[in-house]
Design a protein around this ligand. Structure first.
Ligand code: ADP
Ligand code: MG
Length: 414
């Protein structure tokens, strides 16, 4: 089915056409009718499959049809997201898809002055995209009224219902009308969080579009065993062999961001880095620089793992393995978005083998191992003064060996 066959208002159809979106993705095809019918939804679909438009299109359609020339007071839809960057990105999607409609979307988040946000809120908006903290503050100060909210969306829902945020979400829900539509979206969700999601909605949740393998099918991901101190040589080699490629490197901490940047600097590779400790303007500048491709390497912590849609990331490198296995899925999901293909490498030190095992349990399959040929390892670590073998020459793809080194266990989580 094509978007042109849907009964959306013309403005939305035109916007979809301008964007070049002809057909809905699977998740969009499956969710849109249910959302239009007013049902609650728990939607799980792989990274990069268009979950944002899956909720944005029907929400815009519903609200546009309801809002007459006279705007009624109050916000009608709240979209909760974990990071400021994601709030801005989703706001943009609403703006693009909602251009020329009667619907006004706006985003608020911490780390910047409240004043301009309050001024805009006072003019009246329909959809608010927000991080929990800033919403909480603004509501507390009386700048946000929630009594007319008809729809609540939790994007990255498992994360939003996790320890760090659940208290804010519960507090928020108290202020929302009981009669409302609640939508949960994520690429990963486990049973515990699913139960929690069910407990927050009055109507039973209607749909779950859950892939067996949570890793995006567009991402070819593998692991190479590298000693911690040698990881930088492997990264250097990857960059130098792919000078035109955009590489997103994930590390564990902000100190590691700085260290890896320094190591790259020493070998003449420019990079930018981003972590939760940077101020908001800095974070936006860094992200834009990388988005535009002015600098080809972004080194980041998990603050950038979820939801961020950067065009044309060629490689994701798990320079440090993630501590939470679901973040592996989100990190590698920064590449291979939409119809694009992507490559992801994990650099695994011996001390990180338990983390790798946890990831494999989580995704219910072994991660493909890249084995180094004899002397290959040395060849890479001596790279700066070395011969002409390519990374490909040096590493061979081994088929995963189920039940051998990494036994396939039934996953507890998905
Ligand atoms: P997810 O939230 O599932 O990770 P996003 O909503 O960020 O994915 O979308 C991923 C990419 O796919 C975006 O760049 C978006 O513009 C593109 N996209 C979404 N829907 C469609 C569609 N129907 N046709 C073509 N591209 C799409
Ligand atoms: Mg998303």
């Amino acid at each position: 089915m094509r978007f042109s066959q849907y009964h959306f208002v013309d403005e939305i159809k035109n916007n979809l056409e301008k964007l070049g979106f002809k057909k809905p993705t699977d998740i969009q095809y499956k969710c849109i009718p249910n959302i239009l019918r007013g049902e609650d939804l728990l939607a799980v679909a792989q990274t990069g499959t268009g979950k944002t438009a899956a909720f944005a299109i029907p929400i815009l359609h519903i609200l546009h049809s309801k809002i007459n020339t006279k705007r009624e007071d109050g916000i009608k839809c709240i979209v909760m997201v974990p990071t400021r960057e994601l709030a801005i990105q989703i706001h943009e999607v609403f703006q693009i898809l909602g251009k020329n409609t009667r619907v006004q979307a706006f985003s608020v988040f911490g780390g910047v002055e409240q004043g301009p946000q309050i001024a805009k809120l006072e003019k009246g908006i329909d959809i608010l995209i927000t991080t929990p903290g800033r919403l909480f503050d603004l509501r507390h100060q009386g700048f946000i009224k929630l009594n007319r909210v008809e729809m609540l969306v939790l994007d990255e829902a498992d994360h939003m219902l996790d320890l760090g945020f659940i208290k804010d979400i519960r507090d928020l829900i108290q202020y929302l009308p009981r009669k409302r539509q609640t939508l949960f979206f994520s690429a990963t969700i486990d049973d515990e969080i699913k139960d929690l999601a069910y407990s927050l909605v009055k109507n039973p949740v209607r749909i779950q579009v859950s892939p067996k393998d949570p890793v995006s099918k567009n991402v070819d991901h593998s692991v190479v065993f590298v000693a911690m101190d040698d990881k930088r040589f492997f990264l250097e080699r990857l960059v130098k062999e792919n000078p035109e490629s955009k590489i997103l490197v994930f590390v564990r901490t902000k100190v590691r961001c700085e260290r890896v940047q320094a190591a790259m600097d020493r070998v003449g590779v420019s990079s930018v880095f981003m972590h939760g400790g940077k101020d908001q303007q800095d974070r936006m500048d860094v992200l834009n620089t990388f988005k535009l491709g002015n600098v080809k390497m972004l080194i980041a912590t998990d603050v950038s793992a979820r939801g961020i849609d950067i065009p044309d990331v060629d490689f994701v490198v798990n320079y440090d393995l993630p501590e939470h296995p679901e973040n592996y899925v989100h990190r590698v999901g920064r590449t291979g978005r939409g119809r694009k293909k992507g490559l992801a490498y994990a650099f695994c030190d011996d001390a990180e083998r338990d983390l790798l095992k946890a990831i494999e349990d989580y995704i219910s399959k072994p991660v493909k191992i890249l084995e180094l040929h004899t002397d290959g390892y040395k060849e890479i670590t001596n790279f700066s003064i070395t011969k002409n073998l390519t990374l490909k020459d040096i590493i061979a793809e081994l088929e995963p060996q189920p039940n051998k080194r990494y036994g396939v266990k039934k996953a507890k989580k998905k």
